[in-house]
Design a protein around this ligand. Structure first.
Ligand code: ADP
Length: 528
């Protein structure tokens, strides 16, 4: 027997229909790379997306076809999200910061048919064209090209219909090892993720919210914001450039209440604010994730009245895994304790299940005791089952996805991420968290950036070496830093050497690339 309620597929086009109907006049502002600004609203985004559906059909784009974008954050990009899925296609957001080999690989692997791109990336597109074998149509967002293309249509059409398990979006991981891998989201998984993302503990969003998402639309589905934002009917303020002066100006002028981005964004914002004395009086909620948010960052924002949601997730989890959900006793805790909890990676919302398994014996689930570290596994309706075009499932036989992260789960369910499986440093049979060492080191006022890696050691197997970029003008010595760390980490965690470097390599998503760092120092010999 089936239940007796209405059929209403969980397809993401419902999101834009709702936004246009209920919050149609809520604005979408774009500050373009050339400094100009445009304003549209949810009703306008829907109108343009329907025109794009017609324009795509005219190009012969059909159900399941991949429509790619290579673009920063702006309203035309948002139109394309809904246009691509509205025609029944699969939106493929490409990260322009990937290396050329990766760009070549993913567009060909995805078999993209159409590419929409920013004029700023035109030189890259020209260079890649001969290597991209499946793209038939190139449309530039700028110089009137995109507007003319959709402007030729009247928008009188319907969204493609289909099953809620149809795919709607494809995102590739940056591929820190091997080729990037595609994660193929469904309408249903995306919709469930969007609904959950509006909770107070996550984006805390309703139509009063004014959000400036610094997280790019090409990174990890932009944390689902173009979908969740439509469900909530929030106002978006987009900036096609990530200059802190521009972001600050926009945040103040447009009275931005919500922001979402990786920690490095805040580092440059703080620097700018310290230089100019600017403040962000309207900002109420900052979602920080993608890599660990350092304590001083959370503390500084919290002191200025901003509620920080420190979130963990990955492309494979759509990407929300955990967020800075408050504990039941939150209001009784003092400020310092609250910051200590915020520094951890938060708790899973309904729809995400977590467990940690023994690092050496993955059949053994480790206790949630706030002490035992294990390989973090996750499952739920918006967690990957199989990579795009892969033959085999990416999950364990009992249906869990192994994240490649190492974590500790506390008795109250709070996740503490201690490392990535490949980065933990094994010293004398015990594990040292490279991330915790780095976090402690960046707490020093003279340290701009730090990365710890394990170096081979004849007696201990591996010992930590800390690579540090000093702040400009600093004369910090290795001894100074070791003294500073002495009461912050266990004695046997103290790095055997501190090496000062001019820069630390990063991945295309701005994270420290330990792989490249290891390669750079492959001849390194520890003095013993
Ligand atoms: P990419 O690998 O392409 O950079 P992802 O966004 O998928 O993109 O990366 C996910 C990884 O980022 C996680 O597996 C985890 O290692 C790291 N990460 C994400 N959020 C946090 C966080 N709050 N603290 C620490 N690490 C994080």
């Amino acid at each position: 027997m089936l239940g007796a309620m209405q059929d209403w597929d969980l397809r993401v086009t419902h999101l834009i229909d709702h936004a246009a109907r209920e919050n149609g006049m809520r604005e979408i502002v774009t500050r373009w790379a050339d400094g100009s600004e445009t304003r549209t609203d949810w009703a306008g985004i829907r109108r343009d997306a329907l025109k794009m559906v017609q324009a795509l059909r005219r190009l012969g784009v059909d159900k399941g076809d991949r429509v790619a974008t290579l673009a920063m954050n702006h309203s035309r990009h948002l139109v394309s999200w809904y246009g691509a899925v509205g025609v029944g296609g699969i939106l493929h957001t490409i990260n322009p910061r990937l290396f050329e080999e990766q760009l070549e690989y993913i567009a060909n692997h995805a078999e993209d048919r159409v590419l929409l791109y920013d004029a700023a990336f035109a030189p890259l597109v020209e260079k890649m064209k001969p290597r991209w074998t499946t793209i038939e149509h190139y449309i530039c967002y700028d110089n009137g090209e995109f507007e003319a293309w959709i402007g030729a249509e009247d928008g009188h059409t319907e969204w493609a219909q289909g099953d809620e398990r149809d795919p709607c979006m494809l995102c590739y991981t940056s591929g820190t090892t091997g080729n990037p891998k595609g994660v193929l989201y469904e309408h249903r998984s995306t919709m469930l993720h969007a609904l959950v993302s509006l909770q107070p503990a996550i984006f805390n969003a309703d139509p009063r919210a004014v959000m400036l998402p610094v997280v790019p639309m090409f990174h990890a589905a932009s944390w689902g914001l173009p979908w969740g934002g439509a469900a909530a009917g929030i106002k978006f303020v987009y900036s096609a450039v990530n200059d802190p002066a521009v972001l600050c100006e926009l945040m103040n002028r447009e009275k931005v209440t919500h922001s979402a981005g990786v920690p490095t964004v805040w580092l440059s914002m703080f620097q700018h604010m310290d230089q100019t004395g600017e403040t962000l009086p309207h900002l109420k909620t900052a979602i920080i994730g993608g890599s660990a948010a350092p304590r001083f960052m959370i503390e500084r924002l919290a002191k200025s009245g901003v509620d920080v949601a420190h979130a963990w997730g990955m492309t494979e989890t759509s990407p929300i895994g955990t967020t800075g959900a408050k504990t039941p006793d939150w209001d009784e805790l003092d400020f310092d304790r609250q910051i200590s909890i915020k520094q951890l990676q938060g708790r899973p919302p309904f729809g995400v299940e977590l467990r940690c398994v023994d690092l050496d014996d993955p059949t053994k689930v480790v206790p949630r005791d706030g002490e035992t570290a294990g390989a973090l596994q996750v499952r739920g309706p918006w967690v990957i089952k199989r990579y795009f075009k892969a033959e085999e499932d990416a999950t364990t036989p009992d249906g869990w996805f192994d994240t490649g992260d190492v974590g500790i789960i506390h008795p109250d369910g709070t996740l503490q991420l201690t490392d990535r499986t490949k980065d933990v440093i094994k010293s004398g049979g015990e594990w040292i968290s490279s991330v915790e060492l780095e976090n402690a080191a960046v707490g020093h006022p003279d340290v701009a950036e730090a990365a710890a890696i394990g170096m081979p050691h004849p007696k201990w197997d591996e010992r930590p070496v800390l690579f540090v970029v000093r702040k400009e003008g600093s004369a910090l010595s290795s001894g100074d830093l070791r003294d500073y760390l002495a009461d912050k980490v266990a004695k046997w965690w103290l790095p055997d050497a501190v090496e000062f470097v001019d820069d630390i390599p990063h991945t295309a998503t701005g994270k420290i690339s330990k792989k490249d760092l290891r390669e750079r120092f492959s001849d390194y010999v520890l003095e013993t």
